[in-house]
Design a protein around this ligand. Sequence first.
Ligand SMILES: Nc1ncnc2c1ncn2[C@@H]1O[C@H](COP(=O)(O)OP(=O)(O)OP(=O)(O)O)[C@@H](O)[C@H]1O
Length: 834
Amino acid sequence: MTSDLVAGAGAHRGLTTAEAAARLAADGANVVPAAPRRGVGARLSAQLRDPMILLLCVAFVVVLLLGDVSDAVIIALVVVLNSAIGVIQEVRAENAISALDRMAAPRARVRRDGNVHEIAAADLVVNDVVRLEAGDVVPADLVLDEAVDLEVDEAAMTGESVPVPRTVGDVAMSGTTVTRGRGFGVVVRTGADSGLGRIAALIASTRMRPTPLQRRLARLSRELVAVTAALCLVVLVLSVLRGGSWVDGLILSVSLGVAAIPESLPAVVSVALAMGAYRMARRSALVRWLPAVETLGSVSVLASDKTGTVTEGRMTVERLWTGESDDAAATERLLRDMVLCNDAGLHPGSATGWSTIGDPMEAALLVAAAERGVAQPELRAHWTRTDETPFDSGRQYMRTVDRGPQGLVEVVKGAPEVVLARVGSGDHVDRAHQRATELAEQGFRVLAVADRTVTPGAELELVGLVGITDPPRADAADVVAACREAGIRTVLVTGDHPATARAIAARIGVARADGEVVDGDAVARGEHADRVESIDVYARIRPEQKVDIVDAWRARGHVVAMTGDGVNDAPALRRADIGVAMGDRGTEVARQAADLVLADDNLGTVVVAVGEGRRIYTNIRTFLRYGLAGGLAEVLVILMAPFLGVLVPLLPGQILWINMLTHGVPGVAFGSEPLDRRVMRTPSPSPERSVLGGGLVRQILYGGALIATVSLAAALAAQNQGWHVQTAVFLTLGLAQLGLALALRAPRTGSALRQRWLEAAVGVAAVLQGLAVAWAPLRDLLGTQPFPAAGVAAVVVLAAVPGVATAIGRRTTRSIHTEEEESCAHHPRNRAHS
Ligand SMILES: Nc1ncnc2c1ncn2[C@@H]1O[C@H](COP(=O)(O)OP(=O)(O)OP(=O)(O)O)[C@@H](O)[C@H]1O
């Protein structure tokens, strides 16, 4: 049986499961219709509008008109391959994201068969009776049937962000949020007919907007196109000056341009982000907003709430205090008040004695009272609630008025400072203050309870204190330690008493010996802003103040992740760089305001997600290092070779072939490289910083110069030995880039085949590169010539040099972020860790 208080006493008893199923089959699911997906044709034409591909199409037409069929075939191959990779990657990315959407689907509490159950909001049907609580997003259009102090924020519908009271008979529109109170409503419209359905067009497709990193990379691509265009012009002029034809020069410079630019970059980035989000989801971290994937790696501060996040949220009443004398009547009164001023539900049944529904702390009060002989079901049979002020983190107390055998009784329970301030003064109250502090210092969460009989002139009297334990989670200390190792500072932000908060913070390793504890009043005076780095614990914080705490850290250049679960936490979750909500325990509002939802309610999952963020960021940078070094090498070879007496070191078709092999498949494989453990030692630089920062430019120049040098050395050797020079350069340039790809691999931890994408891609590309010289039809197409065995050996040795040199260089540096570590050490946000 569920108590009426929980199940609601409204006129509607709700549907039966069978009725709901029949209606669902007839009316369809309560979901907002999704925008139709783009067809393959539309996707292809979007790919073909890419400036680089357009340039290639122009080149294709030019060479075809000139009768250069073999180059035309290669250009066509490049276009087809690039577009196909682009379309496939886009579809994969979209699939990953819609899988995420399904996992993050909203839920609703509905009364069916007489009991309240939690179901997917999509399964709601007309006439269902839905229970609303502060923090819920209204899941369908409802007509209210019961409303206690209910307020709804309609900002999502009207843009007006002032909560409005709603009473019985009013409509609560789908998509609006409950900011206060509780109630029941009967569903009148679902899906496309509901309020949310009508504005669906507004919110559709917000997900696939480019992320900041994508936008920055797009800018980088444009800059590269400009630089390359200038270089192409130089090559064109040089080749004409040397007596070549305009047409040959044009084809050469266009091919060079295509080669110098990593066209697969957009595909690598979107796949890395979307697959990263998908991979995180499989490990219980749901990313609700794609840019969060790239910001996650840079998180440097984790502001965690306490109850249920670093503690188990499994509460037990262990201390009851009613004064110095242990008076049975006083205890009985305290127990009665704990049950009356309570919204949780208790029913006998489970093997352990009682099963409960509702807020864990209130449930703990019910269990404690029942164990001492005051069971809710019996008490409720004699008492009826006539008025109430629901609990609210801002007020920090709850008040009820009930009519029963002892008349009309008002009970107030809440934070001791708040309740004791309302009961006047005296010895008893002084002792209560003292006792409350002692209990808090021992790590108890303390509640004070006061009551009065509602008669004229009767004042509230202190009844007693309740000490509740909520043990730290077994892995909380490990999570804090893992964060510290990854360069992330953890601080505790809680609504609880400073002494309780400090005791828990000390147990899980958040509080340092010299760390400070500040309370909400100090934050209100702005005292935290100047010494934010020295504060470990923020206690008695009202949810609105979490925004100020986030701002203070961000003003210092930190990237802040903040956890939250309540309705009032939404602004702070939005303000933090990464808002983190708990999938199970959090309110729907918090979940929807968050960037990251932890499906397993486990704070440790944040560390997993941070690792994934860093992996993605590292992979994108590694791809840039690889792709840009290769492009640079090609440009250098074309520009420098004439000075060594080799006028045309590569034919246009050969450049395009190398480009296709090196950038295409191995390039995309870089996106799924595993995590290099070394990046878990320090946060990735803020996403605001250039992706090419931290020494990457130097590494690209070095790699490009090395590959160009060995390719030119191969040209000289071939000239000496009488081998075909273009074939020697072609083989060396291609193989050297593939060698570099292998050298830039992340260290493998296992031998799983799934981890071998990059090696497989490099292997296939190397075989194709060999075939381009060994197989006559390809030779005809590309203008290469058979190559002697000695030549092949020499080329392989030369081509191995850049890869081997890079691998040795990487092994001898402490970390792949060495340069970043050095430059970041001076950054204010990293001083905290050093
Ligand atoms: N249901 C309740 N009824 C009365 N008082 C409550 C209730 N829940 C909490 N309190 C009091 O209000 C204080 C603040 O609670 P709040 O829920 O804002 O934060 P918290 O859950 O203690 O911490 P955290 O922010 O880490 O989750 C508590 O310390 C307690 O004294």
